[in-house]
Design a protein around this ligand. Structure first.
Ligand SMILES: *[C@@H]1O[C@H](CO)[C@@H](O)[C@H](O)[C@H]1NC(C)=O
Ligand SMILES: *[C@@H]1O[C@H](CO)[C@@H](O)[C@H](O)[C@H]1NC(C)=O
Ligand SMILES: *[C@@H]1O[C@H](CO)[C@@H](O)[C@H](O)[C@H]1NC(C)=O
Ligand SMILES: *[C@@H]1O[C@H](CO)[C@@H](O)[C@H](O)[C@H]1NC(C)=O
Ligand SMILES: *[C@@H]1O[C@H](CO)[C@@H](O)[C@H](O)[C@H]1NC(C)=O
Ligand SMILES: *[C@@H]1O[C@H](CO)[C@@H](O)[C@H](O)[C@H]1NC(C)=O
Length: 447
């Protein structure tokens, strides 16, 4: 059965090159090699499961009432830096700073205390300034946080923090969540945040960082990595494949080049990834087909080209797939349209030339959008002139033979194609919409 599917996949690929309109000029002839699926890439070695931040059995003082916290860790230095920040804040619409009085920082608005594991007394565990909209000429994030050594969580989106971030973040031994989105950071990526090796959540979206990201960014042990809506302009480093992140957003930057094939190494972890609205080009690596856990894959609005690799038929969990507004061409793989969780697959505004019966069924259910392509006989397609112009230039991908690799056992339906075509499937309106995590990151916090 699997062999049959593989063979029909190969036939589709071959017939594609015989199709008049779709035939790219001067490409080497297709030989349709028989390719056996290579083994799954080995995931990179990173320390998982993450060691607990302190021994789980350690008997600790229970968290105390903030009004009666007992001796406070680092009291003098925390009070000192808080007063300095307070002097620098000239705009405080939510009235935080007027509560920053007295000796007990656990009662300051935005400050939260807990027992510090290694000291076993109360300390400052969490800062939450999200949406405070603090303004001032210079709110120096790095100077402030450096004086808060027991901190685990720093959430300060939508403020006017800025300034360079230096190396000593690693002294914050418990820091595991850092949200600096929608602040005034600019310039080069703050490589020194990589020193905080216990970070599981790093959110730097909506700043004006530019230039390149350090390759090491993908080596840190984060679950969530949001760097969308900055000005990063470079090829995505091959270290991408090292990220253990579940949620990854690189959208709305100026990334160029190809999606690294190392992405296949994230098959055991990556749930959602957004590459949309960059300047990515080249063809899709077949290794994307290894992402057996991914529910969201979005490369919309780039300059990507080539056919959809047959390996996409292995994306069994995929719910939201967006390849719209690129320069993809060829036949849409029928195996893609058989994916059980397909909710919204958008392939519109490309140069696809053929869809089979299973895909037509998905189109009727409004779960597959192929508008503005070059598919003969379907409504709302590009003009013949535009399609002809596109295919007048030679179109090839490197590693052409990898496009027919199917690195999984495809679902077998037991039905004939014809039965499958007319089988009634739920329409998009009859399905429960998925609730992705990453798309929310594309709107500015506290806009
Ligand atoms: C921490 O303090 C509590 C009492 O305040 C004590 O019961 C516990 O043993 C202490 N833990 C350590 C590791 O010293
Ligand atoms: C902050 O304080 C000012 C003056 O006391 C008051 O007018 C304003 O409503 C307060 N704002 C908030 C968000 O509490
Ligand atoms: C925040 O920073 C920006 C840019 O530095 C500045 O234009 C703006 O006035 C600042 N906002 C406040 C409330 O200080
Ligand atoms: C406060 O402003 C001064 C003067 O611009 C600056 O040197 C200092 O780093 C700032 N401190 C904080 C915590 O923002
Ligand atoms: C991260 O946490 C571990 C404890 O699990 C600790 O040994 C290490 O020093 C921490 N890393 C940093 C950079 O503080
Ligand atoms: C489907 O996805 C496309 C691309 O992300 C989006 O523009 C469109 O609004 C979505 N349609 C539905 C019904 O969710």
């Amino acid at each position: 059965m699997m062999l049959r599917t593989l063979i029909s996949a190969l036939l589709i690929l071959c017939s594609y090159s015989l199709h008049g309109l779709a035939q790219p000029a001067r490409c080497p002839p297709q030989r349709c090699p028989i390719i056996s699926a290579p083994p799954r890439p080995r995931p990179p070695v990173y320390p998982r499961p993450r060691p607990p931040l302190y021994p789980p059995g350690l008997p600790l003082m229970p968290r105390r009432d903030p009004r009666n916290p007992g001796p406070l860790s680092n009291r003098a230095r925390i009070l000192f830096i808080t007063q300095e920040l307070k002097r620098n804040i000239t705009y405080d619409p939510q009235n935080y700073t007027c509560t920053w009085v007295g000796n007990n920082y656990c009662l300051f608005k935005g400050f939260f205390c807990d027992t510090v594991p290694d000291l076993n007394i109360t300390g400052l565990a969490r800062i939450t300034f999200n949406g405070a909209r603090f303004g001032g000429t210079f709110l120096n994030f790095y100077r402030f946080i450096r004086y808060l050594p027991d901190l685990a969580i720093f959430h300060a989106n939508s403020n006017n923090f800025s300034g360079p971030i230096n190396n000593n973040l690693r002294q914050l031994r418990y820091l595991y969540e850092l949200d600096l989105s929608n602040n005034r950071f600019l310039g080069r990526f703050p490589s020194s945040v990589l020193g905080a090796t216990n970070l599981t959540f790093l959110d730097l979206r909506f700043n004006t960082y530019a230039g390149v990201i350090p390759p090491g960014l993908f080596n840190i042990d984060t679950n969530v990595l949001f760097i969308n809506n900055n000005g990063f302009a470079q090829k995505i480093p091959a270290t991408l494949g090292n990220t253990p992140a579940l949620y990854l957003t690189l959208a709305n930057n100026k990334f160029t080049g190809e999606i690294p094939r190392t992405i296949g190494r994230t098959w055991n972890t990556l749930l959602e990834v957004l590459f949309l609205n960059n300047r990515l080009n080249g063809c899709l690596p077949y290794e994307i087909g290894y992402l057996q856990k991914s529910t969201v894959f979005d490369v919309g609005g780039n300059l990507l080209t080539g056919p959809i690799p047959q390996s996409f038929g292995c994306l069994f969990k995929m719910e939201l797939l967006n390849l719209a507004h690129n320069q993809f061409y060829g036949t849409i793989p029928e195996s893609l349209c058989r994916l059980p969780n397909a909710y919204n697959f958008s392939l519109s505004c490309n140069f696809f030339t053929q869809v089979g019966p299973v895909c037509r069924r998905l189109i009727r259910a409004k779960r597959l959008d192929v508008r503005s392509n070059c598919i003969t006989g379907l409504p709302q397609q590009k003009s013949a002139a535009e399609c002809t112009r596109f295919f007048a230039r030679p179109r090839c991908c490197p590693r052409e033979s990898t496009f027919s690799i199917v690195p999984c056992r495809l679902a077998t339906t037991g039905e004939s194609l014809e039965e499958e075509e007319f089988e009634v499937i739920p329409t998009i309106d009859e399905m429960t919409p998925p609730s992705p995590t990453t798309y929310g990151a594309l709107t500015k916090p506290h806009h």
